[in-house]
Design a protein around this ligand. Structure first.
Ligand code: NAD
Length: 352
């Protein structure tokens, strides 16, 4: 089969890790007789430097016209000035919006031989296999009004937390459908004891739950879910939550796996074009040294095969190869090893 994939290496370690994921995809293409047409574009700080914009209209159009998009990371100290008219993060938000991605999926699995790399006690980590699904287009980050104003009582800042029923339904349904291929448990996280938007969230989640009697639904308040994620993560399966709670919980969940460099993510749209990227940033402290862990990006490529290109067997092949490489001791510096970015990818390729 033929697929068009837009590659956005981005800044810092982005190009280093994306290059290795592309090598892995090339091997998969050869093994399974597919053709991946890669088109590389600038996005983030590098695009500001070249075009004066973190995401040009042309790049967005190219991404929209492709089957999927693989991104490294964007940002870095060079573009950190808060008063700058454009910043790398703006490009990322515009890209998510332009692709219409509404669900961010972050699987967190703890590899048995990496348990010691996590700050949590080993007994808490046994069997951890969670899929956190964060709503991406609504909630506090986008609600209106969003403003600052001078009042008689002083300066006032306002953000608005709003959700429509269809936005909640869309993401909760996705959670139930994905849970069916897993342990059939959905945990819906909200703050229904205080927030009206959360009461709507819980009401819709309960309705959707009734339509999927084969999946168990539980509700939990976000404060208690944050605690459970650390004290007993092994009982969690699919966790679905709104934008800001998800932003916080997904970072918390990433600690379980020991290194940020290990974890992939997928952002899905209704049209099928997805955005795939490791959860880490551009890591300016190690950029250019060739020591970044490419596994998060390689596993993001696997998610791309599964969710956008519908190549389940090929996705599984990459995931098993990563697992085998780690089991057999392949380690980059963040995991306490000595392998370079390229050598780590070589190890994965060896097991494909
Ligand atoms: P970061 O994720 O870049 O780095 C945090 C720490 O983890 C650093 O010590 C880094 O060396 C390490 N690390 C990250 N990825 C690694 C990998 N693959 N292998 C080995 N070690 C790895 O977060 P930060 O330092 O807070 O942010 C740096 C820049 O990245 C900022 O400009 C930030 O805005 C940006 N950022 C971008 C994204 C994105 O593109 N989606 C996400 C988060 C942060």
């Amino acid at each position: 089969m033929n697929f068009n994939i837009t590659i956005l290496p981005g800044d810092g370690i982005g190009p280093e890790v994306v290059a290795e994921a592309v090598r892995v995809l090339d091997v998969i293409a050869g093994k399974y007789n597919h053709t991946f047409h890669f088109q590389e574009r600038l996005m983030g700080g590098c695009s500001i430097d070249r075009y004066g914009s973190s995401l040009t209209d042309e790049t967005l159009a190219d991404c929209q016209a492709s089957d999927s998009v693989l991104l490294g990371a964007v940002g870095g100290p060079k573009w950190d000035d808060p008063s700058a008219s454009d910043r790398p993060e703006r490009g990322l938000l515009a890209l998510r919006k332009g692709l219409g991605v509404f669900a961010n999926l972050r699987p967190v699995k703890v590899h048995p031989t990496l348990i010691d790399a996590s700050p949590l006690k080993p007994e808490k980590l046994e069997g951890v296999d969670i899929l956190v699904i964060r709503e991406l287009t609504g909630g506090l980050y986008f609600g209106q009004p969003k403003m600052r104003e001078m009042t008689e009582r002083g300066e006032r800042g306002v953000d608005t937390l709003e959700y429509y029923d269809f936005e909640v339904r869309r993401i909760v349904e996705l959670a139930f459908n994905l849970a069916k291929g897993r342990k059939k448990k959905v945990l819906s996280v909200d703050k229904a004891n205080v927030l009206e938007s959360s009461r709507l969230w819980r009401q819709i989640a309960t309705q959707v739950g009734k339509e999927h009697p084969d999946v168990t639904l539980e509700h939990q308040l976000v404060d208690s879910a944050a605690m459970k994620l650390i004290t007993g993560p092994a009982w969690m399966d699919v966790v679905v939550t709104e934008n800001m709670f998800g932003d916080i919980l997904t970072d918390e969940a990433s600690v379980l796996a020991g290194s940020m460099g290990m974890l992939p993510s997928a952002s899905l749209s209704e049209s099928g074009v997805g955005l795939y990227e490791p959860i880490h940033g551009s890591a300016p402290d190690i950029a250019g040294k060739g020591i970044a862990n490419p596994v998060g990006t390689i596993l993001s490529a696997a998610m791309m095969l599964r969710y956008s290109l519908k190549l389940e067997e090929e996705a599984g092949c990459i995931e098993r190869a990563v697992n085998d490489a780690i089991t057999n001791g392949a380690r980059t510096a963040d995991l306490g090893g000595m392998l370079s970015t390229r050598q780590m990818a070589d190890e994965v390729i060896k097991y494909l």
